[in-house]
Design a protein around this ligand. Structure first.
Ligand code: 3PG
Length: 419
């Protein structure tokens, strides 16, 4: 049975439906962390800002004074920039003014918060300008941080909409829920409901299609979903597939082997070996599209020649046939090197097969937004959920605890918001 109440590991999380925000100051933690052009500072993808605009629009409509915080990049990285462009994009999307101050907890930020009227929006600067928001610590410790101590007194509620950062036990995620009644924003709520549904739906088979290049994290996911019985089958694609091929003892060209081994730790390579040996439900492609000295061809997986760029036609047919009978499909990571349009066939075909089935489908990773947008409307309308989360989604699917969600559940228990 699918639970109507929002829960995380059996604990209730309050939502925006459980609070009256009218004329109240509300602090909203979003995750607008976006790819940035290192030369111009321009935001290359604004899909996360589009997503969060739904929560912010609702709060404005309900006449709250809305203060928005987020991180962007990590200190010293090229995408570690301020949030003025994000505020501008948000303002364009909402069609209303979004005030911005290049300050997080200093006097300028605090004055701007105090001056903000109900119905107004203020965005503060990158929370990772504060060292506290870059370190992992328990909620009790972060609840005493400068960030939380300076900002919490101004607000009636904290809204965590940043599902994509909930795997971090950082100040702006776990610190406020112990000090303020805290609820899930609409993006976090949608993400959590979709992920809970994957686990709660009783219908089978549940098929996970796992690709991409995050090898250690994906091995953790494979292990959790096959061992716990959440997945009936795992179809591997992308570099993940080549890893499992190697783990099965199949020989691949030296350079390909070196590339895979450079991206996986010894511990998880051994784990992958154990998983393919123990679980026949972990499937490996039959063939790949390979590039060898600039020439493309189809190569059988057992006699791989050249560099794999995409899954091959027999694999597409084999996997699509399985997807056509599935009742739940979770797809994470591309099947090929989709930055190059020549190697999008595998990903596009599997997405199409998933949407043509009667399954509830969840796609993980921003690139699926582009893949899905290339499909005709009748297929697009069948998408169950597209998650914009990266690491947080992998943590969730690997069965690891998400501190941001635990903090929300705890806040509900402390402040008795939704019982
Ligand atoms: C993400 O994009 O996965 C989130 O914004 C978290 O970013 P982080 O990995 O730098 O904590």
């Amino acid at each position: 049975m699918v639970c109507h109440l929002l829960t995380y590991m059996g604990r209730r999380i309050a939502t925006l439906d459980d609070v009256d925000v009218e004329n109240k100051r509300v602090l909203v933690r979003v995750d607008v962390n976006s790819p940035v052009n290192p030369h111009t500072g321009e935001l290359l993808d604004v899909s996360r800002i589009v997503e969060h605009s739904t929560t912010i629009r609702e709060l404005v409509r309900r006449n709250a004074a809305v203060v928005v915080i987020s991180h962007q990049g990590r200190p010293l990285d090229q995408d570690f920039v301020g949030l003025s462009s994000h505020a501008q994009v948000l303002s364009n999307i909402l069609g209303v003014n979004v005030n911005f101050v290049d300050d997080v907890i200093g006097p300028e930020a605090r004055r701007a918060i105090e001056r903000l009227e109900p119905g107004g929006i203020l965005m503060l600067d990158n929370t990772r300008l504060l060292a506290e928001d870059t370190v992992e610590a328990p909620p009790e410790v972060h609840s005493r941080s400068f960030l939380v101590s300076k900002l919490a007194p101004f607000f009636s509620y904290f809204v965590n909409d940043a599902f994509a950062t909930c795997h971090r036990s950082q100040a702006s995620i776990v610190g406020f829920p112990l000090r303020l009644p805290s609820v899930a924003g609409r993006v976090l709520e949608r993400e959590l409901r979709a992920l809970n549904k994957i686990i709660e739906l009783g219908e089978k088979p549940k098929i996970f299609v796992l690709g991409g290049a995050k090898l250690d994290d994906t091995v953790k996911v494979v292990k959790h979903v096959v061992e716990s019985g959440i997945a009936d089958e795992v179809l591997t694609t992308g570099l993940v597939a080549v890893l499992f091929l190697l783990a099965k003892g199949v020989r691949v060209p030296k350079e390909v082997e070196a590339k895979v081994l450079s991206k996986v730790s010894r511990e998880f390579f051994n784990e992958a070996r154990e998983l393919v040996a123990r679980f026949g439900s972990v499937k490996i492609p039959i063939d790949f599209i390979v590039e060898d000295k600039g020439v493309l061809s189809v190569s059988h997986a057992s006699t791989l020649k050249g560099t794999p760029k995409d899954i091959g036609p027999s694999t597409i047919e084999y996997y699509s046939n399985k997807l056509s009978k599935a009742k739940v499909i979770v797809m994470r990571g591309p099947a090929g090197v989709i930055e190059d349009p020549r190697f999008r066939v595998g990903t596009d075909s599997l997405v199409k097969a998933a949407l043509e089935s009667s399954a509830y489908t969840v796609f993980g990773g921003g690139h699926f937004i582009a893949t899905v947008s290339r499909l005709p409307e009748e297929l697009r309308s069948k998408v169950g959920h597209v998650s914009t989360a990266g690491g947080a989604l992998l943590y969730f699917l690997a069965g690891e605890k998400l501190p941001g969600l635990e903090a929300l559940a705890r806040s509900n228990e402390i402040f008795k918001i939704a019982i």
